[in-house]
Design a protein. Structure first.
Length: 302
């Protein structure tokens, strides 16, 4: 009973005795949003780098130590972070377990896509999009529920700072609303444009800005395509008149070229996470960069 009481008291206590709150996130996108809401009251580190193989992260010992002392773990959720189970086992602290007092799953409250996708299994385990597509941060409107959840979690740790967190969020939401209107206007001429993506990261982005994703290069997320599937995809793109393939920095340019080059399709590299390109310095700049690259590629293909 004494141990259980100690855990409750530790979970309720702010980090560093009311000073800066240590927060660990599972992506640089979540790091950027926590920093925007927390301001000077938070110190945030992402376990995953900006560019990495989808759903695969090698967490360093120093990051494990940082998590052990953190006030909060903020994660994408769903099954986007299969590597996180190993991290939790190494840390061995029930406060960071799913639903624990220091665990914040930002997928709750999101209007998820692809929730009807069957839970496939491979040699690596469960299909990584088996509970809905986890790339929901790539719709800027989803930042509203995400940042509200972050605000509430930080305010529970530092109640006296709620007003400041609320102001920070209001400023961010105002900028995001203005940005979303601007980005939507830039993409308006291309609504209904059909595209192929390399990795299934872009359905939320596509829904927001009016694109139609007709196929993915990867038949299953994280599984390389076969030569036969690439040839079939090239023929399908040619027959459907699809002239744009969306690539990510971690994906294979040579494989993408084998699909696009025979039919003269363009390849555009979009950035799925903050910091994945020097121009994607924060959450808003991520969309500024992607919308500019995409609109230029679509304009050039007409």
């Amino acid at each position: 009973m004494l141990r259980a009481l100690a855990l409750v008291l530790l979970a309720a206590a702010p980090a560093r005795g009311g000073g800066v709150l240590d927060v660990v996130t599972t992506s640089t996108d979540l790091q950027a949003l926590v920093e925007a809401i927390g301001g000077e009251r938070v110190k945030v580190e992402s376990l995953a780098p900006a560019v990495h193989e989808p759903h695969a992260v090698d967490v360093k010992p120093g990051q494990l130590a940082r998590l052990r002392s953190a006030a909060l773990l903020v994660r994408v959720g769903l099954d986007h972070e299969p590597w996180l189970a190993r991290v939790r086992a190494a840390v061995s602290d029930p406060r960071f377990a799913p639903g624990g007092p220091r665990d914040l799953d930002l997928s709750r409250g999101i209007d998820l896509l692809q929730v009807e996708t069957p839970k496939l299994r491979s040699e690596q385990g469960a299909h990584v999009h088996g509970f809905g597509n986890p790339h929901y941060w790539l719709d800027p409107v989803n930042a509203r529920p995400m940042t509200q959840a972050i605000l509430e979690a930080l305010a529970r740790l530092a109640p006296d700072e709620r007003e400041g967190f609320t102001r920070n969020r209001a400023r961010l939401v105002e900028r995001l609303d203005a940005g979303t209107a601007r980005w939507s206007a830039a993409m308006a001429p291309y609504r209904g444009e059909r595209v192929v993506v390399y990795h299934d990261s872009w359905p939320y982005f596509a829904r927001r800005f009016g694109l139609v994703i007709v196929a993915t290069v990867e038949p299953v997320p994280g599984v390389p395509p076969s030569p036969a599937s690439l040839a079939t995809l090239t023929r399908s793109m040619k027959d459907a008149g699809v002239r744009l393939l969306i690539l990510e920095p971690s994906a294979s340019r040579s494989i993408a070229s084998r699909v696009a080059d025979p039919i003269g399709a363009r390849i555009v590299t979009l950035i799925p996470s903050v910091g994945g390109d020097p121009e994607a310095r924060d959450y808003l700049q991520l969309f500024e960069l992607n919308v500019r690259r995409l609109s230029e590629a679509l304009a050039g293909g007409r």
